[in-house]
Write a protein that binds this ligand. Sequence first.
Ligand code: NAD
Length: 361
Amino acid sequence: MAPPAVLIPAATLDAFVAGIFREAGCDAAEAGRISSHLLGANLAGHDSHGVARVPRYVEWLKAGYVLAGQTAEAVTDGGCFALLDGKFGFGQTVAPQAVALGIERAKQHGIAVVGLRNAGHIGRVGEYAETAIAHGLISVHFVNVAGSVLVAPFGGTERRFSTAPFSVGVPLPGRPLVLDFATSLVAEGKVLVASNGGKALPHDALIEPDGTLSGDPHTLYGPYDQVGPRNPSNGAGAIRAFGEHKGSGLAFMCEMLAGALTGGGTSGPIEARGRIANGMLSFYVSPAHFGTRAEFEATGRAYVDWVLACNPAAAGQAVLAPGDKEAATRADRLAHGVPLQPDTWEGIVQTGRALGLSPPG
Ligand code: NAD
C-alpha cells in the first residue's frame, strides 16, 4: 500500500525546481524550461516523466552526461528537411529548438521533416506535439533512447529496444488530439514506482529470461534494498513491447527512424556509448497548405464526436480521445495541486538542500 501523496501547488513546485536547476548551473531561461516541462508531465498525469526526474537530471549534469547552455547545431539543411545535433544539451532546450525549426519550415513549405540526435532526455514527447498544434500543424514524432536497452521484442526474451516513445498531434480547433506513449508495455518509470511500493505493474508487463511473464520489478532491477537506487542492468529480464507484434514493430521503427536515420544510434549497449541520449524524427504537416483545412476540421471534428458517442463498455466510463485524460488531469492538478509520493518529494528536497536551497514552507 503506497503512503498518501504530498500535494504541492503547481506554481510552488515550478519555482523550487527552477531554483534547483539555476543553482546546478543552468541559466534562468533553461532552468525555467526544464522545470516547466517536468511540471507539465506531472500536470498531464505522467509522473514517471515529471519532477521525480530532478535528482537524476542534476546527477547527469554534474557527471557531464548532459550539458547546460547548448544550442542544437545543423548537420544537414535541405529547406523542408533538416538534421540537428543536440550535442548532449538538455532535451528541454534542444528539442524545442528542433520543434521550432520544424514549425517554421512547415509554415514555409507546407511540410517539414526534422531529425534531432544526441539530445539529453527530452521528457514527455506529447509536449512537442502540443507546440505544433498551437501553430495549427499536424505532427508525428518517432523517438528512441540511444544506449538504453530495456525492452524485449515480440517473441524474444532479451532486451533489444529502448522504451521508444511515439506521438501524433492533430490540431482540431477547440478539440486537439494528442497521442503519446512509450512502445514498451510500461514506461521504466512505472517499474520504478512499483518497486517503491507504488502502483503495481500488470502481471505480464515484464519477461524473465526463460520466457515466464512477470509483474515483479525484480525481473528488471535484480535484488535491491527497499530504499536506495534501482539499476536496470542488475536484472536478468526485460520490459515487454506493448501490443504484441504490432507494438513491437512500432518500437523497431522508432529505433530505425529516430536512432539509425538520425545518426544518433540505436538502443545498443550503454558501455559502448558512455551515456544515453534521445533521438527524434518529426514530421510536420500544415493542413492550410494541404488545401483541405476546412474539410479536415469539419470532418475531423464530426468524427471525434461520433467516436466519443460510442456506448461505453463499462457503465460510467466514457470513451476518450487521445489527449483527453491528460487534459482532465491537468485541469484537476492545476486546481488542487500536484500529488507526489513522499519519497519523490524528499528526493527533490534533498537535491535542493545539497545546492543550498530551502524547501518551500
Ligand atoms: P500511457 O500508457 O499512459 O498512454 C498515454 C496515451 O494513451 C495518451 O495519448 C493518452 O491520451 C491515451 N489514453 C490514456 N488512457 C486512455 C483512454 N482511457 N482512452 C483513450 N486514450 C487513452 O503512456 P506511457 O506509455 O506510460 O508514456 C508516458 C510518457 O512517457 C509519454 O509522455 C512519453 O512521451 C514518455 N516517454 C518518454 C521517453 C523518452 O525517452 N523521452 C521514453 C518513454 C516514454
